[in-house]
Structures are given as structure tokens and as C-alpha cells.
Design a protein around this ligand. Sequence first.
Ligand code: MEV
Length: 462
Amino acid sequence: MRRPVIILNKERHSSRLEGFYRRGLNDRVEILADWAELSAAETALLAESIGAEQADAMIENAVGRFALPLGIGANFLINGRNYLVPMAVEEPSVVAAVSFGALLARAGGGFSAGSTQPVMIAQIQLLDVRDPSKAEKEILAASEQILACAETSPSLTRLGGGPQGLEVRHLPDTPAGPMLVVHILIDCRDAMGANAANTAAEAVAPLLERVTGGRAGLRILSNLSDRRRAWAEVKIPASAFDGDEYPGRDVVHQIAEASAFAYADPYRAATHNKGIFNGVDAVLLATGNDWRAVEAGAHAWAARDGQYRALTSWRVQGAAGSELLHGRLEMPLAVGTVGGATRSHPSARVALKILGLDSGVNDGGDRGRPGSRGGEVALSYKGAAGKLSKIVAAVGLAQNLAALRALATTGIQKGHMRLHARQVAVSAGAQGKAVGVIAGTLVSEGNIRVERARELLRSTGN
Ligand code: MEV
């Protein structure tokens, strides 16, 4: 028989789960299963993931499966809706930090987020084009025929997607001579779109050769999916940052200084953005998305003006005494909720269900729980993949906020060490309750080393 569910908040479907982290794993699973209405089979998948047979079918030379912890980023309020965010990650402090970032954002009414339409770019490289300017005109004149040829997926067209336009780019001066590059812009709806873009690129290449008299080289999507972006913003009162040692006013100014540092210095920007990807990748991984594609696109986007810069910006607004910290993240986010591992990996399907994004394509449906504030950006793509991209953007912003707040105040080592101590205790062989006990001793002694953890374990007879 199911035990009665433990409600951690007054509002039943709020994502504000006070004390969630203090619960045991089984309680947490029960709370989550109730919140997201998971069946017993779906709940079991949280622990089981894929079988050996499925692993063998997924990749070549499979020899096993590699598991990571799956955690829940709590407290998220995005466009007025509550979300519990599944995150697969090995770094101890990531989930705690992002939940804290989301809690800070909640003090300012949560995140507002938006996205462009889900348009991917398919590239066709054309070489040996005798007169590139004339060829460009000929391509543009034939664009209707080219786009019709690129329409390779009737199901995508039925859903309102498919090729939307094309553009021609000139690379006059490469080591292999001048090149023309044709971009076919394809609305991929709720698919990540790599297959749709690659198929279209291969389909139109012979036609482009005929139109230009050139030779087609590569035919492949671009991972710099700058037509498919998502963004998230927050405005948080400085008072939300008030602490015993640091007044909130100082903290928000220090966060703005950290942001300026990451804008100006690529050495800092790389670390700043790595912190953003702590959260972003964890959600992408949990939902079966291609995190390498998103990383590649975002890093290229971060360097779009010629210098690698921060993906977020933080500014202090408002008069002294009523300051607001305004943060924004915008980046290319090519994510899908249909196709590939998003549907074939059972745990990814459960993760999408937890986010309320499992109900299929483009139905506008969303089980994100209604909160106090509505108002999605009008431009936003409202399909499930658009919603996922907005959630991911909010997670990236929350993760960055938590990191900057720690860096701008006590530093990150204090919090990290507490969590690191748990890993050290596990490495030394501690299990169950002993993990917390040993970790606590390591921290209080200021001696977080495996040898010490082993000594402590031996002294307790373990
Ligand atoms: C550590 O995984 C991430 C941070 O280094 C990010 C940052 O410095 O902004 C804490």
C-alpha cells in the first residue's frame, strides 16, 4: 500500500519544496511521484533507467551502462508556472545551488522566459563556383524550387514546420579557395532537428550544383543555431540577498561587478559559462537531449562579436534603498521533446513528464503548475520544445546566480566542501547514515581526506 504523501508546501503544486533535501531518497521519490502524477512503472524508471539490451541497441560496441545521480532542481517559477526540474549530474553542489538560485528568483516573482521559433540551419558548402555573385542571384531566383526540394518531411510540414527560407553566404578567402555557403532555414517544431536539417541539406545539394555550376561539399546542420534561441530574465529585490555578514545591497553590486568581469575577460567568461552549463547540461542529459550540440552553439554564440564573453548579464537597477538585481541569459537552445533519446530513453520520458512536456507535439499543453503570475513573451514558440528551451534557460540563469552570489560573498569552497565531504566519505566506503556522520566530522575537523574518512570508519567498526 502507498504511504500517505508528505506535502512540503501549503500550495499543493508549488515547486517550493521546503526541506526536500533533508528527506530520505524514498520520501523524495514519493513526493515527486505524487507531484508529477507518475505511475508506479514510471517511478521505478527513476532508479532503473535503461536495460543492457537497450544499451546494446543504442550504440556500437556497448559493454554496459553508465549511471549518474538524477536530482530535482526545486523552487522554479517560470512564466508564472511551477516546475520541478530533473537534472542528471555528477558534481555534488549543482542541484543544491540551482535550487537556491531559483528560490532567490522567486523573491522577484520568478523567471520570465521566451524563445524564438524553432528554426535550424542546414548548410550546403559549394566549391568551384565560377562567378559567386551571379550564382547568388541564381540561387535566390530559384529559391522557391530549392525550398520545395528541401521539404523532405511531410509530417513536419503537417505540423506547421519545414523549410522557411534560405540565405547565401560568401567565404571568398579560405585556404581551399572561395566558397559559397547556402543556408536552408528549417522550422523543426518539437524535434531537435538534426535529422531534418541533414536530410534537407543532402536533398537540395544536387539542385544547387545544377543552379550554380559548382560542386557541393559538406551538407550538414549548423550547431550555431542562432535562429533558435531562448532567454530568461529575473528582477530580484536586493533585500532577498540580505545575510548576517553581507547586506543584500552590497551583494547585488558585487554580482554586477562579477558580471562585468566575465563580459570583459575571456578567461573569466569560460569559468562563468561553465557554471551555467552545470545546470544546462544536467537538464539536457536528463531529458535525452544532445548537450554537445547546445554547448557548441552557445560557445560560438558567446564569441559572436569576436571575443568570448559571458552568456549572462547582471545589472543593478533602481534607487538606493530599493535596488533590484536584473539578470538575463540568452543563448541558442536547440532542444527537442520528440525524436531520438528524448522518447527512446525511458528515464528521459519520465523527466519530460515531470516537466509536463510529455503530452506530444505542439498541443500547447503544459502541466507546469499555475502560479501567481502569468505572461509569456508573445514571440515565444509555445510548443513543448519551446517550453523546454525556456526551462533550460531559466536553469542556466539560476545556476549562474547561485555561483555569483557565493563567489561575491563567502566564496564557493565552504558549500562545496560540505558536499565534497560526502563524496570523500563514500569513496572511503561509508554507506547509509554513516555517509552524513563521517562527512560531518570531516568538515568540523577541516580535514576532508579519504585517509581520515577511512580512519573514522574503522573507529566506528565499519
Ligand atoms: C564550478 O563548477 C562552477 C563555478 O566555477 C562557476 C563560476 O565560477 O561562475 C563556481
